[in-house]
Design a protein around this ligand. Structure first.
Ligand code: KQY
Length: 371
């Protein structure tokens, strides 16, 4: 049984590392909801397998799979991907799994288990119920024998925060301050909770995220910390696109900000793809169920390149067969992240389920001697 702690990670000497720090491995959850993914989730499963394949060249991957999908997933995935049976309501482990924190002195890694309510509970959540999702973080910590900090009354998804590992967190106001998350807490109380659990000194608030993002605009779709003092920001030059104002406001905040160490941020603009709209065929392949967000023909999905996954030495980058912007995204990241291999993966099927490459992956950090 994982030991549940009732102290704060900060007072115990733990901090949340940046995603660009070394990983022990990566966790994913196999998709299968036919009311979210089309055609019984078969195309999405192929995309998840592709992501797992890409990441496993750089670090070990564990795929969590339901009882009924275990054999199919085991066959579809590379032999080096570890497959473990676990119940879940859907396939977004960044949001349902533990946030890992590390102690640089003792080299211990622990997990934080936030409450999960499917991105908004009964107010504007994506589905009901979410009880199995809410147990994923604790179960992963059991498997890894990690001690766990468990919050009974604080809702948070991993994709709604980005940190630099040196005391700075960036989040969007639209998500973290939304009435469907922690309405019993003030902004200051939310900041204090994040500071105590993740060991932070500075929180930078972006007003908004990506247009029509069904997570109340998670930060991980608009921004990525790629190193301390360096961020990538989803951008568009198209002034008539609603995203223009949203990204411009974020750019202004980031330009004026200093991080926890007093540094100005270097900002790399990453142009979004052309709008991705759900086709008639794609919409027709999804089971329509009361209580689950519909997938309607013509609806624009929250497409962005900023939600890549940083593996050990590589960037797993979503691409969309976009003639104009896929290559531009690859070029921008080559410039921003020299020394990383950029591995493009076609991500439309993940996007059709409302998510992205970052939110289907959760890194487990490895603590190393600081140079
Ligand atoms: O982007 C994400 N963090 C996950 C969104 C999943 C929405 C489920 N329909």
């Amino acid at each position: 049984m994982s030991l549940k702690l009732n102290t704060f990670p900060k007072e115990d000497g733990f901090r949340m590392p940046g995603e660009f720090e070394p990983h022990e491995g990566c966790w994913m959850i196999w998709p299968e909801r036919n009311d979210n993914f089309r055609l019984g989730a078969k195309p999405a499963q192929a995309a998840y397998a592709e992501v797992a394949h890409a990441i496993s060249r750089f670090e070990p991957v564990t795929m969590l799979v339901s009882t009924s999908q275990f054999s199919a997933a085991r066959k579809a995935l590379d032999p080096e991907v570890r497959v473990i049976e676990m119940a879940a309501n859907d396939a977004w482990v960044r949001d349902t799994g533990p946030t890992f924190v590390v102690n640089d002195r003792t080299k211990e890694v622990r997990g934080i288990d936030w409450r999960f309510n499917a991105w908004g509970g009964l107010i504007d959540g994506a589905y009901f119920p979410w009880d199995q999702d809410d147990k994923v973080a604790c179960k992963i910590c059991e498997i890894e024998r990690k001690k766990i900090y468990s919050l009974e009354n604080f809702v948070l998804e991993g994709g709604s925060i980005h940190v630099d590992g040196e005391g700075t967190l960036i989040a969007t106001e639209t998500c973290l301050l939304h009435e469907s998350r922690n309405p019993h807490l003030s902004k200051k109380e939310i900041e204090d909770t994040l500071k105590n659990y993740l060991n932070l000194e500075k929180i930078i608030w972006l007003p908004q995220g990506i247009y029509l993002d069904e997570t109340n605009e998670h930060v991980d779709n608009i921004l990525h910390f790629i190193a301390p003092g360096k961020v990538v920001l989803a951008w568009t030059d198209e002034k008539s696109d609603p995203q223009y104002e949203m990204s411009a406001k974020a750019y202004d905040v980031l330009s004026d900000a200093v991080d926890a160490k007093g540094r100005k941020l270097e900002i790399f603009k990453l142009h979004i793809p052309e709008p991705v709209l759900i086709s008639k065929d794609e919409s027709g392949g999804v089971d329509c169920v009361d209580g689950t967000l519909p997938r309607k023909e013509g609806d624009r999905q929250a497409a962005s390149y900023a939600n890549f996954y940083i593996a050990n030495g590589a960037v797993i980058l979503p691409v969309f067969n976009d003639d104009r912007f896929d290559q531009r995204a690859i070029d921008t990241l080559k410039r921003a992240m020299p020394g990383y291999e950029i591995v493009p993966v076609y991500a439309r099927e993940i996007l059709l389920g409302g998510g992205n490459i970052h939110c289907i992956t959760q890194q487990q950090p490895k603590v190393q001697e600081k140079k």
